[in-house]
Design a protein around this ligand. Sequence first.
Ligand SMILES: C[S@@+](CC[C@H](N)C(=O)[O-])C[C@H]1O[C@@H](n2cnc3c(N)ncnc32)[C@H](O)[C@@H]1O
Length: 291
Amino acid sequence: MTQNQADPLDKSRLPLDKEIALKYVTYLVEKRIDDLPQTRRDFCDAAGFHPKLLYNNPHIASIAKLFQDQSSIERLGDMTLREYLMYHYYYIHQGYRYGAPRLQQRWLGHDIIKTPMDCWVYQEIMWETRPDFVIELGVMFGGATHFYASILDLIGHGEVIGIDVSLAKAKPPQSARMRYLEGSSTDPAMVEKIGGITAGKRVLVIADSDHEKNHVLAEIRAYAPMVHVGGYFVVEDALNDVMGYHPVPNEGPKAAAEAFLAENDAFVADRRWGERYIMTLNPNGFLLRVK
Ligand SMILES: C[S@@+](CC[C@H](N)C(=O)[O-])C[C@H]1O[C@@H](n2cnc3c(N)ncnc32)[C@H](O)[C@@H]1O
């Protein structure tokens, strides 16, 4: 890290930096203009921020590279992985939330809260493990549910069950291979119901609901026993802990996965999936059942 770069994990800086970065990117997206020195001056004048807050902003550093000039692979090549991950998080993965809906990632028109690389990994895992059921904990818009159903369709086998505490935002199922269940993933009645449906089947579980450590740990404990030997329980968004993302700064999915692995030797973190493509939201989150 050079002298001018702020530490992106310095918590004392994050709230204001984030707020300014989000306002600025919203401004760029809405006005469909590039990130140029004059644009920054105009924005700071209008918003009443001192320009230094923009120039030294760790969040802006990433997005700025993409908006500078028209397209510049040389400039993008100077991005650090951390900057790229931040860019992806705020403007692609969570673009719907942070003022950049036109950049939001989509699967066949459905907002999906993933990375393209993790989606590719899911395709590989589904092909290799041939699940009878994919259990998705946390549906939101249903983009990932539709994605899993599409892959199962291509494979010609399997069904996805998406569980969410509220299905108000979920797009209606457009595939016979998917269905939703409304309720909390950790409600004992829900766990029992899914346990009954999946008994003796090949099961892939993907946990992407509430990312608070204790909730994720409760989900792993409840659903991991449903996974067949050779199958996976995927703890999504361990990167939240690493990057300090909203809403779980430190104790999130990564801490939950580590706590589970420490108490259960039937699972190991399969790094082939977590880090093979480098870009993943789930480092050490692909838990393989080995016995
Ligand atoms: C990150 S979103 C899911 C995104 C989706 N899996 C995707 O990749 O497109 C998280 C969802 O988890 C849901 N959720 C939060 N707590 C939950 C719980 N206890 N049980 C089930 N779902 C929950 C929220 O309502 C929200 O829709």
